[in-house]
Design a protein around this ligand. Structure first.
Ligand SMILES: C[S@@+](CC[C@H](N)C(=O)[O-])C[C@H]1O[C@@H](n2cnc3c(N)ncnc32)[C@H](O)[C@@H]1O
Length: 398
């Protein structure tokens, strides 16, 4: 990997630096126990989710201006409000068929999206019969509970936290920036050989080393090359999310009737593995600075990878779901009723209006989140169509 310019990163405060040293020691023990190196997916998993240590499992503020990065719900309630408008007809149709309809949010972050969705669904007269949250981080689960008690006190009691996916589910599933937070494998094409990019400890510094790719990774990359119709160039380095297809298959298996809304930064397979994208799609966040060096600041920076939406869509179709649409976040919001939502706020003081229009720009402009972020809508047994997914649908690119 090319060393990124890290000189602009702010130094961590003393407490964060101490925490990161603890996480680094823990990772070193894992590397030593594994005989000298661990896969990048294992490194990313431990750095993000190791119990009580990982970025998502320990207590720092991650989301919003005071944290490391800002997601769409953290930028504006308009994101959740438009999404609520899109959930409403689905929930109504599911309720007609099954007598009840639920909303399941996977990876609920700070709890902000849950608060906005519930608030707007209530005013639309479309509250789900239950609002369930599936969250891997025990720390975030507590934060979500506290946030909702404060932000939506009349609605917080409706929310239930699940330990696992329900066996059967009818309604809407929402996952914003969850796929990008899943550990990915990193690989390097070396002529006929395929290497797995691993992490070793070199005198106290984490470094990338290569070893022969295990069969499961080699098979995944062979599938990518089959789709592309060519072998990736020598030295080509990229990522593959081996967990995502299984995750979607599991969700699809539970979904009797309804819709999955998956939002994330990502693209089609052809663009993901384009020849000029020869260093992959990793992106790390520390104190609102984005860079591509995952081996520094373990436990105190976010590590993410863009999503290969073709892989997600293919797994969903194999599991019997329909692709309801694949659109940019800008098109989802604009065609999903953003202008109507904005109309509620025309009486607000001028300064608040300016803030709102800044938020709209952040959510929709191509240079901000408008184009890199996509929504993939996956449905089962639904008759209702959604303008947000059907207008400017790019499913043909997948
Ligand atoms: C980047 S954050 C996004 C949070 C929130 N959705 C938002 O938009 O602000 C990723 C979230 O997904 C959770 N997460 C990651 N993998 C998960 C999984 N397999 N199941 C449930 N939650 C997961 C993380 O703990 C975290 O809450």
């Amino acid at each position: 990997m090319q060393p990124p310019d890290l000189t602009s990163l702010p130094p961590p405060d003393a407490a964060s630096a101490a925490h990161s040293r603890k996480v680094a020691n823990y990772l070193r023990e894992k590397i030593a126990a594994a005989g000298g190196c661990i896969s990048f997916a294992s490194y990313m998993h431990e750095a993000l989710y190791a119990s009580g240590l990982g970025y998502y499992s320990a207590g720092a503020t991650k989301f919003g201006a005071a944290g490391d990065f800002t997601t769409a719900p953290e930028i504006s309630k308009l994101f959740g409000y438009v999404l609520a408008r899109q959930c409403a007809p689905v929930l109504a149709e599911v309720r007609n068929l099954h007598g009840a309809a639920s909303l399941l949010e996977v990876g609920a972050g700070s709890g902000k999206l849950a608060a906005d969705l519930l608030t707007r669904l209530e005013t639309l007269g479309a509250l789900p019969d239950s609002y369930q949250v599936l969250e891997v981080s025990a720390d975030l689960r507590e934060r979500q509970q506290a946030f909702l008690r404060n932000a939506a006190p009349g609605l917080a009691d409706r929310v239930q936290w699940l330990d696992r996916l329900p066996a059967e589910f009818a309604g809407v599933v929402v996952a914003n920036e969850v796929l990008d937070a899943m550990p990915v494998e990193r690989f390097v094409r070396r002529g006929e050989q395929l290497s797995q990019w691993c992490v070793a400890d070199s005198d106290g510094i984490f470094t990338g080393v290569e070893r022969e790719a295990p069969a499961v990774l080699a098979a995944a990359v062979a599938g990518i090359e089959d789709d592309l119709g060519a072998r990736l160039p020598d030295g080509y380095t990229s990522e593959v999310n081996l967990a995502a297809p299984a995750w979607v298959t599991e969700l699809a298996g539970a979904l009797q009737t309804g819709m999955l809304f998956l939002f994330d930064y990502g693209t089609s397979r052809r663009e993901y593995y384009a020849p000029d994208r020869s260093d992959g799609w990793l992106r790390c966040h520390f104190r609102q600075h984005a860079h591509s060096e995952p081996l520094i600041l373990p436990g105190i920076q976010d590590i993410t990878a863009w999503v290969d939406f073709s892989a997600v869509a293919a797994a969903a179709v194999d599991a019997g779901l329909d692709i309801a649409g694949y659109v940019t976040q800008a098109h989802f919001l604009v065609n999903g009723g953003l202008a109507d939502e904005l109309r509620q706020f025309t009486e607000m003081p001028a300064q608040a209006q300016v803030q709102l229009s800044t938020q709209v720009k952040q959510l929709t402009l191509p240079g901000e989140m408008g184009e890199n972020f996509k929504c993939l809508g996956l449905s089962r047994n639904l008759a209702c169509g959604l303008d947000s997914l059907e207008t400017m649908d790019r499913t043909f690119t997948l």
